[in-house]
Design a protein around this ligand. Structure first.
Ligand code: LLP
Length: 442
């Protein structure tokens, strides 16, 4: 099983999520369904917050990277836990505001924020915007001027740390669409550019080295490099940063090739990173900056389980056995995109031994529509409930209506009770924005 205490197998041999039997969840809500364990989400937010409080005197803020899973309820949870959030689009920002999330604790990212997104952010008093291009700096300055606002900003810098993860989710190596390199003078030039803007208040820097990273050393190295950059700019431009945002990226358990990290291990990452910032500040004679981190996956990833119903089963003798489920790449595109390996089990027969290897196919009209390949499972029958673990991050948020399938609903389970946080879609939802040209009626 995974790293959580809230995921168990009960006396009936059923998977239990957040104290509720998965079979009962399915009886009430149907499949496919995203199930989120509230306790796990809150625990992870608290672990990070407590570590900043204890190790850094509370001089910082945890931002939940809401791209991992965005809906009003999750912003409400972050608000209740007294942390901030990061958003990367007008849509995420709108959702956070709709949930009543305090705008001053929202940080806005993105390598190509649109004018209307920046205007929306300024109109709503978003605390901090992470500027990622000259175009954006100029645009934001003029929008701020027109609104009579002085906007706090960070600059996205790229410390060139190569993190060991899937190529597509590395973001801070030199060849990246994100950020200004600290090693070739471009970050320095950008700092000078922003400092010269009348309506932008440069607060500091942001970096994010990638996602699904387990190497503590990568985070420490990034922290050291960005702190060194603060010192360099202080020396060259006389500007000493007040804020440092080290990004997110802490890995989670998907399958037995991944370590099973406990909350204290995540605290350990943060402690190591904080120790590096403190040591470098001392070495360079800097004040300690307000410190931000932006974990997404590690807060919601293992909190999520997707439940499906097994339908068609196809065995190709000597080749492979496929079991098809009522979901697919439209609710979880991560195998299609990254060949991500998941742990699967039969939620209604969770105690039974795995006797075969199966590939889980979705119902889309596409051969690459797979959720898992050659994964161990007991012999599945039509009607069984298939659980795919660790689907809380980047599943719902990357879901689509491909083939006009419904994006599944999501429920939040807390102390044995489940309730909707995202309602099921309807056929009417799917056609709501379709328009029939008038002339077709002639
Ligand atoms: N901050 C920034 C600026 C980011 O770009 C990201 C993730 C995070 C924070 C949160 O990183 P996390 O703690 O979740 O690793 N769709 C991919 C993941 C893309 C991550 C993008 N940025 C996946 O399904 O694995």
């Amino acid at each position: 099983m995974n790293t959580r205490e809230t995921l168990k197998i009960n006396a009936k041999g059923h998977l239990e999520i957040g104290g509720m039997d998965a079979v009962d969840i399915v009886a009430k809500f149907g499949t496919p369904l995203y199930v989120f364990d509230e306790a796990h989400i809150r625990n992870m937010m608290r672990v990070y917050k407590r570590t900043i409080d204890v190790e850094y005197g509370g001089n910082g803020l945890v931002l939940y990277a809401s791209k991992a899973f965005s809906c009003t309820a999750v912003y409400a949870i972050a608000g209740q836990e007294n942390i901030g959030v990061d958003v990367v689009s007008g849509g995420e920002l709108y959702t956070a505001l709709k949930a009543g999330f305090p705008a001053e604790k929202i940080y806005m990212h993105g390598n190509n924020k649109l004018a209307r997104e920046l205007e929306f952010a300024l109109d709503n008093g978003v605390g901090n915007i992470v500027v990622d291009s000259y175009t954006e700096a100029d645009l934001l300055d003029s929008i701020a001027e027109s609104k009579g606002v002085k906007q706090n900003v960070l600059i996205r810098i790229n410390p060139g740390v190569e993190a060991h993860t899937h190529e597509f989710i590395q973001t801070a190596r030199t060849d990246s669409k994100f950020g200004f390199s600290t090693s070739d003078g471009s970050a320095e030039k950008m700092a000078a550019h922003v400092l010269a803007k009348k309506n932008l208040i440069l607060r500091g820097y942001h970096c994010h080295i990638g996602s699904q990273i387990f190497e503590k050393q990568s985070f420490v190295l990034a922290a050291e490099k960005v702190t060194a950059f603060i010192a360099e700019i202080k020396g060259k431009l006389g500007f000493e940063a007040d804020e440092l945002n080290i990004g997110g990226g802490f890995g989670v358990w998907y399958n037995d090739e991944d370590p099973k990290l406990q909350p204290e291990d995540y605290a350990g990452y943060l402690k190591a990173l904080i120790a590096a910032v403190k040591a470098k500040c001392e070495e360079y004679g800097l004040k300690r900056p307000f410190l931000l981190i932006e974990p997404g996956r590690s807060i919601v990833g293992e909190a999520g389980v997707t439940l499906y119903t097994v339908g068609a089963i196809k065995e190709i003798a000597g080749v492979r056995k496929y079991i098809a489920v009522d979901g697919g790449m439209f609710d979880n595109p991560r195998y299609a995109l990254y060949q991500s390996k998941y742990t699967i089990l039969l939620a209604n027969r969770a105690n039974e031994k795995c006797t075969e290897k199966v590939s889980v196919a979705g119902k889309c009209c596409e051969s690459g529509d797979l959720i898992a390949v050659d994964a161990p499972l007991p012999e599945a029958r039509c009607g069984d409930i298939l659980a795919v673990l660790t689907t809380g991050a980047y599943n719902y948020s990357m879901a689509s209506n491909y083939n006009r399938n419904f994006v599944p609903a999501a429920v939040l389970v807390n102390e044995g009770k489940a309730e909707y946080i995202i309602k099921p879609q309807t056929y009417e939802d799917l056609t709501r924005n379709d328009v029939m040209p008038e002339r077709f009626n002639k």
